[in-house]
Design a protein around this ligand. Structure first.
Ligand code: ZN
Length: 301
């Protein structure tokens, strides 16, 4: 086995065009996407769109200042009802989806996002920044106006963040990659010239070429040969699920004792499966009832 090139897989690198208000980020995923895909039997077209959305979410997360999680949620009236990708500030990614197996299979492997999720009338993209208890939740919503994940995220950035952006995404062989370039606010003539040149350069790139393992610095130098690009240190990206037995216990407490008794009337124990990572949490009857027997300290007076 040959070792991967440095920074080639499962890493995100931010970069700036020197002396211009243009910035970007590059991401390549292999182990992360494979781990996500291993959790559920995603049909090929859905797997491809999901991989693109994983790469896009990591790129989006890199452009935002936040603590907690960025949650990217696609919902619509197509065969895929829901698609959720979560990316933490530490670039841990997880995902889940709800789909109609028959209708999705009927579309074939080349189905687009628009085919899968349905049109703009009922479909929407919701971006949530959940600070996990450390502040206010932020949400941005746009209709599913675009046929591809890349076009949809560009549309979101233009309308919700007022940032002109160009995004390339590719997915294949269980991996994914993406390249994002953004025009930041800044009125200089050089800024416009650089932005135009960067857009033209991106238009010339075959997205599939992003899937060829290579160091981000080499890919960026090849993509923007006329520009001086400063690449910041690559950050690792990985699959990670934040579920835990403690969180499941809290969810069961919220469900309530009556609900738990109803489950136990039909089953030998209470079983909860994490919809993201498929991890199964089992509670024997005594364990389930104990969740309600001992009220947390401080709630009794
Ligand atoms: Zn989980």
């Amino acid at each position: 086995m040959t070792a991967p090139a440095p920074n080639a897989t499962d890493a995100l690198s931010r970069f700036v065009f020197e002396h211009a208000a243009v910035r970007g980020a590059h991401v390549a995923l292999a182990d992360t996407t494979r781990a996500v895909l291993a959790c559920h039997p995603y049909p090929p077209a859905l797997a491809r769109v999901l991989c693109e959305l994983l790469a896009a979410s990591a790129l989006l997360a890199s452009t935002l200042k936040f603590t907690g999680s960025l949650i990217v949620q696609l919902s619509g009236d197509g065969p895929v009802r829901l698609l959720v990708v979560e990316c933490t500030d530490a670039l841990a990614l997880r995902a889940t989806a709800q789909w109609d197996a028959e209708r999705t299979a009927a579309l074939g492997p080349d189905a687009t996002l628009a085919d899968l999720a349905g049109g703009p009338r009922h479909g929407r993209l919701v971006l949530t920044l959940d600070p996990k208890g450390a502040g206010t939740i932020y949400q941005g919503i746009v209709a599913l106006e675009a046929g591809s994940v890349a076009a949809l995220i560009e549309h979101y950035l233009a309308t919700s963040e007022q940032l002109a952006s160009r995004l390339l995404l590719a997915a294949g062989d269980g991996g994914a990659a993406g390249l994002l370039v953004q025009r930041l606010p800044g009125a200089g003539e050089d800024d416009d010239t650089t932005w135009q040149r960067a857009r033209t350069a991106l238009d010339a790139v075959d997205p599939a070429s992003l899937l060829v393992p290579a160091a981000a610095t080499a890919q960026l130098a090849a993509t923007f040969p006329e520009d001086d690009i400063r690449v910041f240190g690559a950050k690792p990206v990985a699959f990670g699920c934040s579920c835990s037995r403690e969180r499941v216990e809290n969810a069961l407490r919220i469900a309530g004792a009556a609900e738990i008794e109803a489950i136990l009337a039909e089953r030998p124990d209470v079983e909860v499966t994490c919809e993201f990572c498929n991890r199964r949490y089992t509670f024997a009857p005594a364990e389930s009832r104990a969740l309600f027997a001992a009220a947390p300290a401080g709630t009794r007076h």
